[in-house]
Write a protein that binds this ligand. Sequence first.
Ligand code: MRU
Length: 360
Amino acid sequence: MAGMLGVGGRRSRRTRYGEAMPDPIPPTIEWRDGAVRMIDQRRLPGELAYVDARTVDELCDAIRTMVVRGAPALGVAGAMGVALARSTGEPLGTAAERIVATRPTAANLEWGVRRALSADDPLSEARRVAAEDMARNRALGALGAPLLPEGARVLTHCNAGSLACAGYGTALGVVRAAHETGRAPRVWVDETRPMLQGSRLTAWELGRLGVPATLVADSAAGSLMAADRVDCVLVGADRVAANGDVANKVGTYSLAVLAAHHSVPFYVAAPTSTIDLACPDGSAIPVEQRAGEEVAALAGTRLAPDDTEVENPAFDVTPAVLVTAIVTENGIARPPYTETLAALADRPVAKRPSTQARNT
Ligand code: MRU
């Protein structure tokens, strides 16, 4: 059934009586009544609740505590944060620096901030960033779907779905497009320790979309591949370097090594807003370190002994040599990535700014 553009650029399908069918997953982030309204992702799947940020401080807090998360959604949050600063009279430059410093790995955050900063009307620009994100994800979904064989058993990590974006999703956008076009994919959902974005968010989204999904412990991936039960790994990205190295949720690198060992294709789906051509390779990607408590505790209950030392990198870097292809809205990049990504990325190479975030 042909799609049409609904409110706020959200594409909706129509029933046979002509009414628009609402997207089963509500918008992740919107500007509403002078505030940034976000789904509170910390409370899913138990409750679909919202947080309104009315100041830059409140927005920074929402980003840090992962009310809103996922690289493309952070791009929208960054742009809307600049709009908030404009509306509250806060100096835009310092507001921008504070927003960018909240989470350093996602390329989109700084990219969204810069988009809004460079516009006469930051709010209109932020809304454009959101609408474009949805359109990019739909386009990359349609391009990536044919990579999945009929009835593909896809293994994914973290949440690269609608909740991680303005809407539709990147890796899950590919799955969704495959589902919508009758290719009948099934998904192995990594639970994604320590924040459980897989079991809490990806399982919730796929359930709403009617895509068959099976939750597994992260450590099950190897044995599933060894038993020939995985046709491909498909993940999102927080930052893609010019040479094709990919930063994504910690644990992605281990999956890529396993996939290479078992000759399973390893695909990355990311809009070009996640490609950072100014970053030559993965060693230049800042990896966010998060509180040890996220690893030492589970659902608010401390499990590790009190004096246990904890290391909690939120992301890891998968070297380009392990990446079979990178699906963008402009086309599918394959090695040599230095050439193919440069051809697909739609933004000029900017000089890397020196913000606090680069040094964290
Ligand atoms: O810490 P998170 O939940 O923000 O990490 C998110 C991821 O790692 C996603 O895979 C990535 O941002 C791509 S989302 C389309």
